[in-house]
Design a protein around this ligand. Structure first.
Ligand code: HEM
Length: 128
């Protein structure tokens, strides 16, 4: 069984990897390749969901915050306030993109970008 700090480190690596995918999908848009953007983000969606579900399962099995002090525990909760809503928005991003509801997709993208930035920033601050 991995320890709490190992799980946090793995989580950071996975969040950084999927963020690279998200940037790649935005570059595809700049290159006027919306289909490629869609394909990359489908992979982003699957990997992010697997990460979130995997992390939630591990949270049930291992108390990752057992070695955390009060500040670190608060940092974990702050992180979850960003990461859970952004994961919940992802299905709507996929559906609005596939259905070509461009205005809705762009409105959701603005909220998602803010939440994802919060996820990355607060995630990298977690101790491991
Ligand atoms: C974060 C900023 C994002 C921006 C600015 C953005 C923007 C766009 C734009 C402009 C299109 C083309 C829409 C059209 O021509 O009707 C598009 C398509 C699409 N987007 Fe996004 N998007 C973002 C994030 C995402 C995310 C996070 C996902 C999924 C997890 C996603 C999934 C899709 C899909 C599936 C399509 C359809 C591609 C196709 O034509 O097959 N997008 N997006």
């Amino acid at each position: 069984m991995p320890t709490g700090p190992q799980i946090i480190l793995l989580l950071k690596i996975l969040v950084l990897c999927v963020t690279v995918l998200l940037f790649a999908s935005l570059i595809a848009l700049l290159l006027r390749q919306p289909r490629l953007h869609g394909h990359i983000n489908t992979a982003f969606f699957v990997l992010t969901m697997l990460t979130v579900v995997g992390f939630e399962v591990m949270l049930q099995l291992i108390d990752v915050s057992a070695s955390f002090d009060e500040n670190s525990r608060r940092a974990l909760y702050t992180h979850l306030w960003f990461s859970i809503p952004s994961a919940l928005l992802l299905p709507a991003m996929i559906v609005s993109g596939k259905m070509r509801r461009k205005r809705l997709h762009l409105a959701l993208a603005a909220v998602f970008s803010a939440l994802w930035a919060g996820t990355v920033i607060t995630g990298m601050r977690l101790p491991h």
